[in-house]
Design a protein around this ligand. Structure first.
Ligand code: GLN
Length: 482
């Protein structure tokens, strides 16, 4: 079946003319049609649009001007703007919002003829860890459909894991690519902050948000990263030399690689099953010549608290624009202010409202210094602690998630849910590139290894991940029910 192939394998078939772009897109559309009822990964699929894009891709292939991503079906998280195609953020407040422009990443996809196979489900405005905060429907994990896929990019993760798309785009503010990648047995990559344009990504925490890819292999993720990265004048935080190159991806060696293991991320807050899988994977790499050493990074213990001040503070400001006047539906009431209140009160979900309130409080006069300013100082401290560690280590390695996928509705305590972001948050704080790769199974469910490197080391990080992937093998990546 075409849909079982990685993007790199599909690219080879497209370039050799063994298959047409239309056949590839049709195969994924058929699978979505047949199976997405069960998973809930997609919010919008426009088959005609996708097939038209596939035909345009075929012209590039026939003309010999194709890239490795030409004709590859990509699922796009529904907080990334698509011109003329509904972009909801899985929120009632944007239920029928149709952007009049493409996000830069979507423009880049269009430029090379990658196909937008559909828009994927998420936690409302990317706020959540399980995808249960979607205003429309939950997403189910193909490894066990009674379990969560992780969030907030749960739809993008499941689209790839259930083979409904070859690769996908998600966004990561505190772990929303790497966490679901870990729970679904995928590779999920958050590039260095500033290497992928945020223009057209509906903002959550602007200083933390980054778009990145999901794939079934490191190579697929590297190919997709190359396509979506690059300097963009439309994003004031865009970096020069932002393009991520795939050159040298396969040339890395494990011998002599220096890896730091943050002690704070190997404590008993991590489930013992997850720790065991990580330890086995680490032993395997040791035999291949990788050198591991523990490193103490005490500020990690303040990561969750700091993040849950900074992210809501930025969200409270970013989400002020959704007032029923400029975007989405408007609920009429007696006066202008009353209308605002009704629209925002009824159309934002509970988690989003909670964060707007926390963020507004943290930014209010008299509290700003005590909360927001303090949190920014801790953030600076974290970044410098990590940068110091990078003088000694090529990468830092830890679990990506403290547990494997758990049942839907299984964690009711909101604080417990937020603590799940423990391992992934530091990379967002420092803008570091960070990737989760599958490293084994615990109780028949995938476990992800998180690798985090210094700012701008994206190519090196992908190269190391590729070498790790070769050592681990890829046998356990396919959900057994497929
Ligand atoms: N789980 C985190 C949160 O709820 C991270 C979300 C994200 O990265 N978008 O905020």
């Amino acid at each position: 079946m075409l849909t079982t192939h990685t993007a790199a394998e599909l690219a080879a078939k497209l370039h050799s003319k063994e298959v047409s772009a239309r056949e590839v897109t049709q195969a994924f559309l058929d699978r979505i049609e047949a199976h997405d009822g069960e998973y809930g990964a997609f919010l919008t699929v426009d088959a005609d649009r996708a097939l038209a894009q596939a035909d345009a891709a075929q012209e590039l292939l026939d003309a010999g001007t194709a890239t490795s991503m030409t004709g590859i079906p990509v699922a796009v998280k529904d907080n990334i703007s698509t011109n003329g195609m509904r972009t909801t953020c899985a929120s009632k407040i944007l239920e029928n919002y149709v952007p009049p422009f493409d996000a830069t990443v979507v423009e880049q996809m269009n430029a090379v003829g990658a196909v937008t196979i559909g828009k994927t489900n998420l936690d409302e405005f990317a706020m959540g860890t399980t995808n249960e905060n979607s205003a429309f429907k939950p997403v189910r994990n193909p490894w066990d459909t009674d379990r969560v896929p992780g969030g907030s990019s749960g739809g993008s993760a499941v689209a790839v894991s259930a083979e409904l798309a070859a690769v996908s785009l998600g966004s990561d503010t505190g772990g929303s690519i790497r966490f679901p990648a870990s729970l679904c047995g995928l590779v999920g990559f958050k590039p260095t902050y500033g290497r992928v344009s945020r223009y057209g990504l509906i903002a959550f925490g602007s200083s933390l948000d980054q778009i990145g890819p999901f794939g079934r292999s490191v190579e697929d993720v590297a190919m997709t990263s190359e396509m979506i990265s690059g300097y963009d004048a439309m994003d004031s935080t865009s970096l020069v030399d932002a393009k991520i190159s795939t050159k040298g991806l396969k040339d890395g060696s494990l011998k002599g690689l220096k890896v730091g293991l943050p002690t704070q991320l190997f404590t008993d807050t991590i489930d013992s099953g997850v720790r065991e899988v990580l330890e086995l994977a680490i032993d395997n790499l040791k035999r291949e010549g990788v050198e591991f050493k523990e490193v103490d990074l005490p500020s990690i213990n303040y990561g969750v608290t700091t993040y849950y001040l900074i992210a809501p503070a930025e969200a409270s400001s970013n989400l002020a624009r959704f007032d029923g006047v400029r975007f989405g539906p408007r609920l009429e009431s007696d006066g202008h202010i009353e209308s605002f209140m009704k629209t925002r009160g009824e159309l934002f979900g509970p988690e989003v409202k909670l964060r707007i309130m926390v963020g507004t409080y943290a930014l209010s006069a008299g509290y700003y210094d005590a909360y927001y300013h303090r949190a920014q100082q801790v953030r600076g401290l974290m970044a410098s602690e990590f940068e110091k560690a990078y003088q000694e280590f090529d990468v830092l390695v830890s679990p990506a998630s403290p547990s494997v996928a758990f049942p839907l509705g299984g964690i009711k305590d909101q604080m417990a849910l937020k603590l799940l972001d423990f391992c992934t948050i530091p990379a967002n704080m420092g803008g570091f590139p960070s990737i989760s790769i599958p490293c084994g199974l615990s109780e028949d469910l995938p476990v992800g290894m998180l690798l985090t490197g210094p700012v701008m080391s994206d190519e090196r990080l992908l190269q190391i991940s590729y070498a790790f992937e070769q050592a681990f093998g890829r046998d356990y990546r396919r959900p057994p029910i497929l």
